[in-house]
Design a protein around this ligand. Structure first.
Ligand code: ZN
Length: 177
């Protein structure tokens, strides 16, 4: 028997099982636990074919190897947007100086892409530049009052937090009221 921690978090996810063929070790079974909101792999569980056989034939305690990933973004959704902002005067500035330049636009958890700021292909007009911003938001926080789906959700087969709260999960799922 394992021990329970208090206040567990309930998430929606997918459990994926596959047999992995390997040239360097015996084939093994790999379980992948995927958090639906972030699409991040929460953990991998690896066991031998023999142990998997024991498991599905009713043995209740089977040894396995657990690989646990950084869970700080589990239960959160990744969002991306682009904004046109004034470009810095001096492009050879240090990362620190470039960060300071974009600071006023980094509100509500948005973080600008430093790579974009250095990319002169993204310059717009005389002194503007198109910069990508990313953030991670809990699917339970600040749910918008109407659909905010756009092509950034389409690109990653995801939906906005409004649609998520109404049960829609993937871009091709039926639209919600
Ligand atoms: Zn939506």
């Amino acid at each position: 028997m394992g021990r329970y921690i208090t206040n567990p978090k309930t998430l929606q996810g997918t459990l994926r099982v596959s047999r992995v063929h390997s040239n360097i070790e015996d084939d093994f079974i790999d379980f992948e636990l995927i958090d639906e909101a972030s699409r991040l792999i929460v953990c991998n569980v690896k066991m031998s074919i023999a142990e998997y056989g024991d498991l599905i034939s009713g043995s209740s305690n089977v040894p396995c190897e657990i690989q646990l990933f950084d869970t700080s973004r589990v239960g959160m959704q990744h969002e991306h947007k682009t904004e046109i902002i004034p470009r810095p005067k001096n492009l050879s500035s240090s990362d620190e100086e470039l960060r300071a330049h974009v600071k006023p636009w980094e509100t509500d958890g948005w973080v600008a892409s430093i790579r974009d700021i250095k990319n002169h292909h993204l310059w717009v007009g005389k002194d503007g530049m198109r910069v990508g911003f990313d953030r991670w938001v809990s699917v339970e926080d600040d749910i918008p009052t109407s659909c905010e789906c756009d092509n950034t959700h389409q690109a990653v087969d995801s939906v906005c937090r409004y649609c998520w709260s109404k049960g829609r999960r993937h871009w091709d799922d039926p639209e919600v009221e």
